[in-house]
Design a protein around this ligand. Structure first.
Ligand code: ATR
Length: 290
């Protein structure tokens, strides 16, 4: 693609940003769809987020993604915030408006689109959610909003799960999330569960780790979705499969959160055909390095 006087810039702010795959998503889409935009990573030191957003605004950047550790902090730098992002308390996408940036959370909608594309249903499901950190909290919100019947939220630190459960249940005005201590997984009633792995355990290079290794736990899972995508198959996914369930990694969530951001910035709709092309390109980063 030719960069010229009309090229618009989008980017990512975070700390660190060196390993991001977002440029692959956005620059591939720009090429496929013929948009004159470029997407760049911007490493922002702690304490400089406000300056970064102000600077981006002054430079006329079309949009920004926000990653760890700034997804909450950036909320204080916005002109406007989408109601769902406010509820979740985390923003990963900024869209330029007249007076400044509007913040959205496309991670959750991205997870939803990823699950929909794999034909994984949330409405009416009995669920197990591992973790109660930033990612798991947003997943709990999404699943409660999309009509999950019951979500057992298991966490190493019980009060964090209790806090998140109280907040989500209050937000959806229904008792959906039930907090539990991770070590008490044995007391989850027998059933057929959709499980989401939302802790950081099992992430490369600690690929042999998983929060629960007891097979009896995995026997209860019909579908397991790990938010991690590096490694391509986590221990959690392996155990789910070995016990007869279907297992998915988080790469499609990464893909769709990016696609939704791209759609917001460019006011377009990305076709499934183009989504698939980008997905194959992302997948190659994991499957080719062996
Ligand atoms: P993220 O933004 O990725 O969600 P986070 O907010 O730091 O990151 O949350 C990390 C999650 O992984 C938490 O649920 C954390 O459990 P605690 O709340 O008890 O800290 C979980 N986690 C991290 N390391 C863990 C470990 N070794 N065993 C069990 N859970 C772990």
């Amino acid at each position: 693609m030719e960069i010229n006087g009309r090229t618009r810039t989008c980017g990512l702010i975070g700390h660190p940003v060196e390993h991001t795959l977002s440029p692959v998503i956005h620059n591939t889409l720009a090429g496929l769809m013929g948009h004159n935009i470029v997407y760049l990573p911007f490493h922002v030191e702690s304490g400089r987020v406000q300056d970064a957003v102000k600077g981006a605004d002054a430079l006329g950047l079309l949009g920004l993604n926000v990653t760890v550790p700034y997804k909450s902090e950036v909320i204080g730098c916005l002109e406007e915030i989408d109601p769902l992002a406010r509820k979740i308390g985390a923003v990963n996408t900024l869209v330029r408006t007249e007076g400044g940036y509007k913040g959205y959370n496309t991670d959750m909608e991205g997870l939803y689109r990823a699950m929909t594309s794999e034909k994984i249903k949330i409405a009416g499901e009995q669920m197990i959610l591992l973790g109660a950190g930033g990612a798991a909290r947003a997943v709990a919100y999404l699943c409660a909003l999309k009509g999950a019947e019951r979500i057992y939220m298991l966490n190493r630190t019980l009060d964090k799960a209790q806090e998140v459960a109280a907040e989500v249940n209050h937000g959806v005005d229904k008792e959906v999330v039930f907090p539990m201590l991770l070590s008490e997984y044995g007391s989850i009633p027998n059933g057929d569960y959709l499980a989401i792995q939302g802790t950081s355990v099992g992430l490369a290079p600690h690929v042999e780790e998983t929060v629960i290794s007891d097979r009896a736990f995995y026997e209860k899972i019909h579908t397991g979705f790990d938010l991690i995508y590096n490694p391509w198959e986590t221990k959690f996914m392996q155990y789910v499969r070995e016990c007869g369930g279907r297992a998915y990694n988080g790469l499609k969530m990464l893909l769709y959160q990016g696609i939704i951001a791209y759609e917001l910035w460019n006011k377009v709709s990305v076709s499934e055909e183009n989504a698939q092309i980008v997905y194959e390109r992302l997948k190659a980063y994991f499957t080719q390095k062996g």
